[in-house]
Ligand binder design. Structure first.
Ligand code: NAD
Length: 264
């Protein structure tokens, strides 16, 4: 195969369906020649994920529940046995109890705080360690975050705290792995209509508000995030690491939105 990703092999974690951000990135990578291993959360997801992964040319489709102690090690061990080495990692995984993505942040329970940080943040560090063990010729890792990490967004609550920790871990991982020519970056995506996205209490309001007030006056699409993913996971971004890059139609630059954007 030809393209920016020709000869590169990588793992994509976080496809649930064809609306998943991970799927958008995987499709862009495949279109440019990448060979993909795909992990899914568990049997409930397999029925949907397997045909999507097969259509992306993957013949390494593995279960990996990041909250289970041995699951990650088993998935990467199998990838190591089949491929021996890796070039890239895509991590697009997050979870929090829906019941705490409404109402105020102050009501967050300890149990859900720990679970949210475990699945949405620690899993990237864990995956990075396993993947780095297979990146003997350098590599590139990418995770997904949201601007609720550094600004208060309605009902994003503990997920915002988890994303702040995730973005900090991108910087620490970039420092750890840089000397081995492994780059680590994050895309901060604008709100998108996905399974995880719709779990946030104010999702429809946030989606509409962001569309109406972003400079581009539209929500981002899978192809937008896919294109940025291709940049980060290919050699095009060879000099870039530790970065959190917005793909949000420019929403983050707006200080005070027009009261009536349609009138501008
Ligand atoms: P999605 O629901 O399609 O993807 C979330 C994925 O997380 C699913 O594939 C799910 O199986 C996986 N997951 C959850 N718990 C898991 C576990 N224990 N083990 C393994 N996998 C697990 O939604 P998405 O919007 O594509 O989310 C992907 C990433 O993008 C998340 O990190 C999310 O926070 C981030 N993000 C989403 C938006 C948005 O508006 N949708 C915006 C910015 C960032």
């Amino acid at each position: 195969r030809f393209g920016l990703m020709a000869g590169k092999r990588g793992v994509v974690m976080g496809i649930a369906n064809d609306h998943s951000i991970a799927y958008g990135i995987a499709a862009a990578l495949r279109a440019h020649g990448a060979e993909l291993a795909v992990t899914y959360q568990g049997t409930a997801f397999e029925r949907r994920v397997r045909p999507l992964a097969e259509a992306l040319g993957s013949n390494l489709i593995l279960p990996c529940d990041v909250a289970e102690p041995d699951s990650m090690a088993e998935a990467f061990a199998e990838i190591g046995r089949k491929w021996g080495r890796l070039d890239f990692l895509v991590h697009a995984i997050a979870f929090s109890d829906k019941g705490e993505l409404k109402g105020p942040y102050i009501e967050t329970s300890r149990a859900n705080f720990l679970r949210t940080l475990d699945i949405s943040c620690y899993s990237f560090t864990d995956a990075a360690r396993h993947a780095a063990g297979l990146m003997d010729q350098g590599g590139s890792m990418l995770t997904l975050t949201y601007a609720g990490s550094y600004r208060v967004m309605p009902r994003y609550n503990v997920m915002g705290v988890a994303k702040a920790a995730l973005e900090a871990s991108v910087r620490y991982l970039a420092a750890d792995l840089g000397p081995r020519a492994i780059r680590v970056n994050a895309i901060s995506a604008g709100p998108m209509r996905t399974l995880a996205g719709s779990a946030v209490g104010a999702a429809r309001y946030v989606y509409r508000y962001s569309r109406d007030h972003a400079p581009l006056r539209r929500n981002v699409q899978l192809a937008d995030v896919g294109g940025a993913g291709l940049y980060f996971l290919s050699d095009l971004s060879g000099g870039v690491t530790g970065e959190v890059h917005h793909v949000d139609s420019g929403f983050n630059i707006v200080g005070m939105p027009e009261s009536d954007p349609a009138a501008v």
